[in-house]
Design a protein around this ligand. Structure first.
Ligand SMILES: Nc1nc2c(c(=O)[nH]1)N[C@H]1C(S)=C(S)[C@@H](COP(=O)(O)O)O[C@H]1N2
Ligand SMILES: [Mo]
Length: 262
């Protein structure tokens, strides 16, 4: 019996990955930042918040994560491990617009999807719930150190993207909260990842407003701030330059990493 794991049994793939990550690190160490930056650029592995040569750390983190863990899954937990009760992180006072929608039972909540898609669309919650619902029991980890485990119920973002027809040149999905100045973006690898959900339920119930109800993007492979609450809009794009200050997210503008993989 071979003791090779399936991944090790595919030497061609592995050696290409090794070559690129090894090459990036070596280039950074020996030949200097310029060469590493050019290599990363060549393979499309530069995050939007790289900040020129000073962002080499961010670039290496993102590049090696993408090459090595692109298809890996966040850990899922048994039902017995669900935290009781999970507390909700502090959120800004909700706007009047939100309160009006809440008073109507969120019947008028819409998720609009536009940008580089064949058929821009606007979905009601009922429409999103008409897709087969999926669940995951995963951990939400705040960058400040605390975490909790919950069951998240929703529709994989990939289903919604498939239904609008993402154009081949798309590279990122930018997602916006109904809250002002609250937005993030992810690359297509994370957008199409099976655990990236548009979430409308939690622990067998509706998603509570404190946890981002009626609709939250759930992204268990990155830290908590990428799981934005109160999602109303998605834009598919090939460049993040035109959004805000061009570094990919509100949190990146505030000095946090755009790519915050766990
Ligand atoms: N719209 C919105 N989404 C948000 C936040 C926020 O303040 N507003 N906080 C983020 C941060 S920093 C964390 S750690 C998680 C907390 O999720 P929880 O309230 O379910 O614990 O939500 C994230 N999503
Ligand atoms: Mo957080």
């Amino acid at each position: 019996m071979s003791d090779l794991s399936p991944r090790e049994a595919s030497p061609r793939k592995l050696s290409r990955r090794k070559l690129i990550t090894g090459g990036l690190a070596a280039a950074a160490g020996v030949a200097g930042l310029g060469v590493a930056a050019r290599l990363a650029q060549k393979y499309g592995l530069v995050p939007p918040d790289h900040g020129g040569i000073y962002g080499l750390g961010e670039t290496l983190t993102y590049a090696s994560q993408r090459l090595l863990t692109r298809h890996s899954l966040a850990r899922e937990f048994p039902r017995s491990q669900i935290s009781k009760p999970p507390f909700a992180n502090e959120i800004e006072p909700l706007t009047d617009q939100f309160k009006r929608l809440q008073a109507g039972g969120f019947a008028d909540w819409r998720l609009s999807v536009n940008g580089m898609v064949a058929r821009p669309a606007s979905f009601s919650l009922d429409q999103l719930k008409s897709y087969p619902s999926h669940t995951q029991i995963t951990m939400l980890q705040c960058e400040e150190g605390w975490s909790y485990i919950a069951e998240w119920i929703g529709v994989p973002l990939s289903h919604v993207l498939d239904s609008v027809g993402v154009l081949p040149q798309a590279r990122y999905v930018v997602y916006f909260s109904i809250e002002p100045d609250t937005w993030e973006s992810i690359d297509m690898a994370d957008a199409l990842h099976p655990q990236t959900f548009l979430t409308y339920g939690m622990n067998g119930d509706e998603l509570p407003v404190g946890h981002g109800g009626p609709l939250r993007l759930r992204l268990p492979r990155q830290v908590g701030y990428k799981s934005v609450k109160f999602i109303t809009r998605l834009t598919v794009t090939d460049s993040l330059k035109g959004f805000g200050k061009g570094v990919g997210s509100a949190s990146a503008e505030g000095g946090y990493a755009w790519y915050a993989g766990i």
